[in-house]
Design a protein around this ligand. Structure first.
Ligand SMILES: Cc1ncc(C[n+]2csc(CCOP(=O)(O)OP(=O)(O)O)c2C)c(N)n1
Ligand code: SF4
Ligand SMILES: [Mg+2]
Length: 330
């Protein structure tokens, strides 16, 4: 009989998160960035919250009737009105003198596109709600259709790649700038590849009084076509290429950014993903589109002054990342 290594379960338990807002056993795909992202947001927000959740993958995979993976009060809204539902909850809680915080969760389709009108109204009316957009850059729940957030050149079922066109023809909508034009107290971007940064931003957003917004890059192995074990490494590359800048804004002004110590070419980001596979072919059209994507990444780096040679407390080459074994939860 082989001897088993002894496991100190008490020590292991101490390494587990203090509060888990979403239980395991839900139906997300393996390696789903959104499932990890939602867990991290709730870990930071704590139990005294109410979540309003727009239709989309997160809502579907956590609530197959009659089960629920949520450990917090949770309500499913329509695809388009989660911000209005959250605003109503916030007003009711305020009228009751309660301090419970309200979170609105939506995908990129429910934020950039169909839910934008309700979101803009919620920000303009100054509701004390944290709106989190889980950005997986397409309408995943209904079978990978392009959204306003899908990056230029990416394949989806409604932005096909072939002889006539090379994936999506339009740019990813610059939502953060549109949000910041509302002059809200706090808006930020974050990535599941940098969990400490992500959790700190959730706490910061909940500390401010008034509306706050978090754009959370959340890889989708099914829709992006990467291996489910590569979710974190792919999202690190989204940051390290400059394609997804990590920023904080207060009242419309950028107040901090995650510096890139070792910028990577977009080819490296595209390589593990099916949705960019056509851009790596040896044709003039593919080369041109890849150059275009690189130019977009370079423009972000320049616009937000993202390059840094020195290691800093918040740089993309730092230690803040998810590691196998979960030893960094705390
Ligand atoms: C008014 C309306 N139109 C279309 C749908 C169908 N629908 C449900 S979820 C979804 C896609 C959601 O995409 P996104 O918000 O990006 O979330 P994801 O599934 O990618 O996480 C669509 C089109 C709907 N429920 N309601
Ligand atoms: S389709 Fe994508 S977003 Fe939806 S559960 Fe699967 S990995 Fe997650
Ligand atoms: Mg989506």
């Amino acid at each position: 009989m082989s001897s088993q290594p002894s496991v100190d379960t008490t020590a292991l338990r101490k390494l587990q998160p203090r509060f888990s807002g979403i239980e395991s056993g839900h139906g997300a795909c393996q390696g789903c960035g959104q499932a990890l992202a939602a867990r991290l947001v709730l870990e930071a927000a704590g139990p005294d919250v109410i979540v309003a959740n727009a239709t989309g993958c997160l809502e579907i995979f956590t609530t197959p009737w009659p089960q629920s993976a949520w450990n917090v009060p949770w309500i499913h809204s329509l695809f388009e009105n989660v911000a209005a539902v959250a605003a109503g909850i916030e007003v009711a809680l305020r009228a009751q003198g309660r301090t419970t915080r309200v979170l609105a969760f939506a995908g990129d389709g429910g934020t950039f596109d169909i839910g934008f009108q309700a979101l803009s109204g919620m920000l303009e009316r100054n509701h004390d709600v944290l709106f989190v957009c889980f950005d997986n850059e397409a309408y995943m729940n209904t079978g990978i259709q392009r959204s306003g957030s899908t990056p230029h050149g990416a394949w989806t079922n409604t932005s096909p790649a072939g002889r006539v066109r090379q994936g999506k023809r339009h740019f990813k909508k610059d939502l953060l700038t549109i949000i910041s034009a509302h002059g809200i107290p706090y808006a930020a971007t974050a990535s599941v590849a940098y969990p400490s940064d992500l959790r700190a931003k959730v706490r910061r957003a909940l500390d401010v009084s008034g509306p706050s917004f978090l754009l959370l890059h959340s890889p989708c192995p099914l829709g992006w076509g990467h291996d489910s074990a590569q979710t974190i490494s792919v999202d690190r590359l989204a940051v390290e290429t400059g394609l997804f800048p990590i920023l904080e804004m207060e009242r419309g002004k950028v107040v901090s950014s995650m510096k890139i110590r070792n910028p990577r070419p977009v080819r490296e980001y595209a390589l593990p993903q099916f949705r960019f596979r056509h851009l790596l072919m040896d044709t003039p059209e593919a080369r041109e589109e890849l150059e275009h994507l690189q130019a977009l990444a370079d423009a972000n780096i320049e616009r937000y002054d993202l390059l840094s040679e020195a290691p800093g407390p918040r740089d993309s080459g730092g230690a803040d990342t998810v590691r196998r074994g979960g030893s960094r939860w705390g």
